[in-house]
Design a protein around this ligand. Structure first.
Ligand SMILES: Cc1cc2nc3c(=O)[nH]c(=O)nc-3n(C[C@H](O)[C@H](O)[C@H](O)COP(=O)(O)OP(=O)(O)OC[C@H]3O[C@@H](n4cnc5c(N)ncnc54)[C@H](O)[C@@H]3O)c2cc1C
Length: 504
């Protein structure tokens, strides 16, 4: 069990959950004002044991270089890259913050949490090949994606991803794009690194095996947060001016308990996941890429199959999946009652509306739950034709809780992104949802800061600029800034930098 010190009963900031979101937010706040007192409560015995654990997520540094769900095809056949550009440049904010921490020695070694790996999009069939070419043309014309390459040539594709090409029918029409600036990120190691740095500072404390059971607003405007020590069963109340619900799947129930009007109508739809994992070093050495394919009809965007090179604790592995599933738990270690206890009079309408409007998703999830081991292995062989069953084992991925939002037109809307809910008086904020998730944690925290502290703390702006040099500017609209920021962060984080052309 990780260590805790004495709990401050009246901290300036209280965070629930010790995953990447709370660790990022607490680190930013402490950099901005070292005098802040900060308490984190985590129900598990250590940090990053839920979604932020390396094996509970795919570790893709989501920069929209390979994930086809961030680009959509318009009715005239052109490809809309605006969402990809947003995700791409949000990842630059994370790169800058991590580089700042590495430069100041707060994070010891980037090799502990980030590694360069090619990001590849791979498709089969004439229609998909035509789409990927149009997508490549649209993306590579922008300076943010100018490192992207395209090929239909079997020899080139075999060089890019030998395991994917070997044993494939030569008559099959395939193509791929590749971007060498991609990354694999161990968000668990990053979380632990951030918390170790925080723990070395006065005024910061994290308590493990401490579950937040409820919270309510005191007469003085502070939040009274009820915490249960899971070892002794003792309850205590900790009072704070500002509360951050970085509890992953546990955030929605706490948001509901807070009773803030901004949280009304929100519901959660849990999607579980499975991976196939292979630790054979000889195979892992032959695949240095994250190869993303196309989603099946009805599949949620984050269930796009991909064959990934992973580096965790210095060891290389291969990961394939995720296979989606259905479970009523909101956390991997949660309770089967989670979904049912989250149903309230204010969110039953949105929940039912989402059930009514997402038949394809329901069909897809049922088919995934019913999938046989042979069927799962068949999906892997579409990516890796010569895969052998004995090299792979099944692992349970983290739990995602997709956000269901109140919507005026349809009553309820299923959201696949990350949603931040902040109280009107800026005293509490919650992060809901999953994707692009951990990769964009810095951008998410900047958004929360702007809604909560910006008006009262204008002196933080120059500090933010020191931590994130492009803060307040747009990398997407400024090719020179993009080039400068990327070459600095690539050098510090020891990842690949591709020279970009100057046209915007
Ligand atoms: C299958 C899968 C694949 C993914 N792939 C990627 C990817 O490739 N790239 C990417 O960037 N993102 C990915 N994500 C998303 C990413 O993992 C999450 O966005 C991120 O880890 C969320 O961090 P968090 O800190 O909010 O949540 P978590 O890491 O889940 O941490 C929340 C913590 O809160 C604690 N907690 C909950 N309730 C309470 C309570 N009441 N009291 C005290 N503690 C509590 C939990 O125990 C947990 O430790 C993936 C997610 C999944 C599930």
């Amino acid at each position: 069990m990780e260590q805790t010190q004495t709990v401050n009963a009246q901290p300036d900031i209280l965070l629930v959950g010790a995953g990447i979101m709370s660790a990022t937010f607490a680190t930013m706040l402490k950099e901005l004002d070292p005098s802040l007192t900060i308490e984190i409560f985590e129900s598990l015995p250590g940090s990053a044991q839920e979604s932020s654990n390396a094996w509970n997520n795919a570790g893709t540094g989501h920069a929209a270089l390979c994930e086809l769900n961030y680009t959509s095809e318009k009715s005239d056949g052109t490809v809309d890259i605006s969402r990809a550009l947003k995700v791409n440049t949000e990842f630059d904010l994370s790169r800058q913050f991590w580089s700042y921490l590495v430069r100041k020695g707060a994070l010891a070694d980037p090799d502990a949490f980030i590694h360069p790996v090619a990001h590849v999009s791979f498709v089969r069939g004439a229609d998909n090949v035509a789409f990927l070419k149009r997508r490549f043309d649209a993306m590579s014309a922008h300076h943010c994606f100018s490192g992207m390459e395209y090929s239909e040539d079997p020899a080139t594709l075999e060089e890019w991803m030998p395991l994917v090409m070997e044993g494939r029918d030569p008559a099959e029409r395939v193509c791929a794009t590749r971007d060498m600036t991609g990354t694999d990120v161990d968000f668990g190691a990053l979380t632990r690194g951030l918390l170790a740095y925080l723990t070395s500072q006065p005024g910061f404390n994290v308590s493990y095996r401490h579950k937040v059971s409820t919270l309510h607003r005191g007469a003085d405007g502070r939040w009274d947060v009820v915490v249960i020590d899971e070892t002794t069963g003792k309850k205590r109340t900790v009072s704070s001016k500002f509360v951050f619900l970085g509890a992953g799947g546990g955030a929605l129930p706490l948001l509901q308990k807070s009773g803030i009007p901004e949280g009304k109508g929100f519901a959660g739809f849990p999607v579980s996941g499975l991976w196939l994992r292979c630790d054979d070093p000889a195979l892992a050495e032959r695949h240095e890429a994250k190869v993303y394919g196309k989603a099946s009809v009805g599949a949620p965007p984050m269930s796009v199959p991909h064959l990934d090179s992973r580096v965790v604790d210095g060891k290389r592995s291969l990961l394939f999946g995720p296979y989606a599933g259905f479970s009523t738990k909101f956390l991997k270690g949660g309770s089967l009652a989670d979904l049912f206890t989250s149903i309230r009079p204010d969110n039953i309408g949105p929940l039912l509306a989402v059930g009514r409007d997402n038949f394809d998703l329901t069909k897809y999830l049922v088919s995934q739950v019913m999938e046989s081991p042979e069927g799962r292995f068949g999906a892997l062989r579409e990516f890796f034709p010569n895969a052998k069953r004995e090299d792979w084992r099944l692992e349970v991925a983290g739990q995602r809780v997709q956000v269901i939002m109140p919507d005026e037109k349809t009553t309820g809307k299923l959201q696949f992104g990350t949603e931040v809910v902040t109280a009107g008086d800026a005293s509490i904020a919650a992060v809901l949802g999953a994707s692009p998730g951990a990769s964009t944690s810095v951008s998410i925290m900047l958004g929360i800061l702007s809604k909560t502290f910006a008006a009262t703390r204008p002196e933080w702006t120059p500090k933010l600029k020191a931590m994130i040099p492009s803060f307040g500017q747009s990398i997407a609209n400024d090719a020179d800034l993009c080039r400068a920021v990327r070459s600095e962060t690539a050098a510090t984080l020891k990842i690949v930098d591709v020279p970009q052309h100057a046209n915007v």
